[in-house]
Design a protein around this ligand. Sequence first.
Ligand code: SAH
Ligand code: SF4
Ligand code: F3S
Length: 437
Amino acid sequence: MADPKKLFIKTYGCQMNVYDSERMAEAMGAQGYVETTEMAEADMILLNTCHIREKAAEKVYSELGRLRPLKDEKPDLKIGVAGCVAQAEGEEIIRRQPLVDLVVGPQSYHRLPELTAKAAQGVPALDTDFPEEDKFEHLPKRPKPQRGPTAFLTVQEGCDKFCAFCVVPYTRGAEVSRPAERVNSEAQELVARGVREITLLGQNVNAYHGHNKGLAGLIWALAEIEGLERIRFTTSHPNDMDEALIEAHGTCEKLMPYLHLPVQSGSDRILKAMNRKHTRDQYFRLIDRIRDARPDLLLSGDFIVGFPGETDQDFADTMDLVARVGYGQAYSFKYSARPGTPAAEKDPVPEEVAQARLYELQALLSDQQRAAQESMVGREVAVLFEKAGRNPGQVVGKSQYLHAVHADAPEKVLGTIQPVRIEASASNSLSGQWIER
Ligand code: SAH
Ligand code: SF4
Ligand code: F3S
């Protein structure tokens, strides 16, 4: 029998792309491809791309440029572009970089096998439809080997919010939720394969409506699965945090005390221009309600500085919001004009001004992150151990607050939740003593 063909996937962007890459590998697995971590030995290279900021999209073209010598050496090598750049740029990618054999958008990758067959005939293949059929139903069932204790599970895709800066509604299409029963059976399969923690994914996951009681209803249903010990979800929009979901944070033991709730700006003027559809006061009130339900919840956020029209006062309002709320974790970005979005039509803030604001905001956010980590020292946390650490005898996992935690413990703890007394906080992780019970 001939050797199986090898597939190399490089993933950019958000967790939804990480999940999609896994599913694409499975779809190609059914066609006889096995995954490799060595790009040089691949018969097919897929770049699963992100279009959210200009730099993210440009990275794809530089990577494609670097593949030229590989393709010259191995003319049968197939190169594919998947994900959000594929959706946004379509055929333009093949025009700009003719070594690309296939382009597939995030809603049509279940058609990868047909596209690959077409590309094998030497015809460039393109599919960036938003097909009627549910791609997840057309993907091969997940194969059965054991896997690590954490997994992503996409439950909702697309976005109807149309924030003025954002490409997602264009690259991922309208909001669609997967039916709760299908999510449930996929979750059960994951648990049977060793998964203990599932992170439910969606561009706007808390707008999920595949269960008649929304995302909270889905979480409670999944919490019934024996062997599933932890549930997380990301990313949420403040306007979709309903009462049931807030309450679940206080009452559902399996739902972890961590919430990524981006606000983007602390200025009412900018929030309005961004089309975020809420004010800073509404955000403050929401945070109060969430913290009433779950006082130890660790809050995470996203921020954009230098949105068109942002004044010093607007930026000061963002700094003030951050200071008042207190984030345990956060991501902040310089505004990047994206073709086709309403904000791209407006005059930009000067680059140096945006850069200076970004530094200032990041300094505050990293102080808060450090303080949140240091507040763990001396406390006992629950760690789901995921893998062996770099040093012998060391294992690594995540606490309920999503902090990376290192501890000395035998390998048998992998895949289980264990108490750890935190002793020290380093730049991006905690370390502590495993408490053997
Ligand atoms: N659905 C999520 C976010 C998706 S994009 C939400 O609504 O929060 C992830 C983050 O990228 C956003 O929260 C935003 O902070 C940032 N982002 C999106 N578009 C951007 C742009 N044009 N320039 C800079 N940052 C952007
Ligand atoms: Fe983009 Fe806004 Fe939708 Fe988030 S809610 S994906 S930022 S349009
Ligand atoms: Fe990027 Fe697409 Fe995710 S643009 S952030 S990969 S939804």
